[in-house]
Design a protein around this ligand. Structure first.
Ligand SMILES: Nc1ncnc2c1ncn2[C@@H]1O[C@H](COP(=O)(O)OP(=O)(O)OP(=O)(O)O)[C@@H](O)[C@H]1O
Ligand SMILES: [Mg+2]
Length: 269
């Protein structure tokens, strides 16, 4: 059985690439929500996705997360054209390559925190073993919930539940983690804790993260900010590690001497 992913920073090519991705809803009245998205995310990138309500952020994240298929265009994940996969193939691929953190934690309330974190490993390997339990335990220690390992998920606070959800999303060391407003239901302190965890794991495992957020303060702490407005990418801004905004072209290009405040472009947020 395959082991959880070993993410290497020097993988050839982007972990995620979108080419002309469009998405429409409706049968009689067809509404196009995404109008041709081109986007590449490199291994280890820590990306915020911002934009006004209804812009299409969750729609895009669901497509990238292989929970839905584009109406047209292609999504390459770790080099694989996902349009070539059937539904079973998509499900398997999703389990191996993608970790999810949603606004609502979606934990299974009748299971312990340990069992919840073990769930992706269990789906992958079929039956529980000691190595799996130990991995889940270590993750819970890492998210500061050692004393809650035997607790039922329903007995935790909102912030604690979201930290369990982060541990669960990372159990497979996925090369791509998607988070849709992971701090949306949390107070500032709990939001900071969850965000810090995502960042720590990003730096540790070099997994790429795409985080949808309305929180401009958190977005400004990401390496790159992609703004979606009315179903198109309105801006895509990278920063260097010192926080200065890089011109289009990204890392490796000298920072723009003008306007290097590091302030992100966050329309409508
Ligand atoms: N399953 C669906 N059927 C029909 N329309 C949909 C569906 N999913 C999303 N939409 C529409 O697509 C548009 C974009 O929705 P989406 O949820 O992606 O926005 P969002 O940017 O995530 O907004 P928010 O910040 O409020 O979460 C909205 O107009 C929404 O009504
Ligand atoms: Mg949304």
């Amino acid at each position: 059985m395959a082991e959880p992913n070993q993410v290497s920073a020097d993988l050839a090519g982007p972990i995620l690439r979108l080419e002309g991705v469009r998405k429409s809803f409706g049968k009689k009245v067809i509404t196009e929500v995404l109008h041709g998205i081109d986007l590449a995310v490199q291994p280890g990138e820590f990306v915020a996705m911002v934009g006004p309500s209804g812009a299409g952020k969750s729609t895009l994240l669901n497509l990238v997360g292989l929970l839905d298929r584009p109406t047209s265009g292609r999504i390459f994940l770790d080099g694989t054209d996902t349009s070539t996969l059937d539904d079973a193939g998509l499900t398997r691929f999703r389990g191996e390559k993608i970790g999810f953190v949603f606004q609502h934690h979606h934990l299974l309330p009748a299971f312990t925190t340990l069992e919840n974190v073990m769930m992706p490993l269990l789906v992958h390997r079929g039956s529980p073993d000691d190595e799996m339990r130990e991995r889940a335990r270590q993750l819970l220690v890492r998210v500061g919930l050692e004393d809650k390992i035997g607790a039922m998920a329903s007995d935790l606070s909102g912030g604690q539940q979201q930290r369990v959800a982060v541990a669960r999303a990372l159990a497979m060391h996925p090369p791509l983690v998607l988070a849709d407003e992971p701090t949306g239901n949390l107070d500032t302190h709990a939001a900071d804790q969850v965000f810090d965890l995502l960042r720590e794991f990003n730096q540790e495992y070099r997994g790429a993260f795409v985080i949808v957020t309305h929180d401009t303060r958190l977005a400004s702490r990401c390496d790159r900010i992609v703004a979606i407005v009315d179903g198109v990418i309105e801006s895509d801004v990278r920063k260097n590690p010192e926080g200065a905004v890089l011109p289009p072209g990204g890392a490796g290009v000298p920072p723009n001497p003008a306007g290097t405040s590091g302030e992100p472009l966050t329309p409508g947020a």
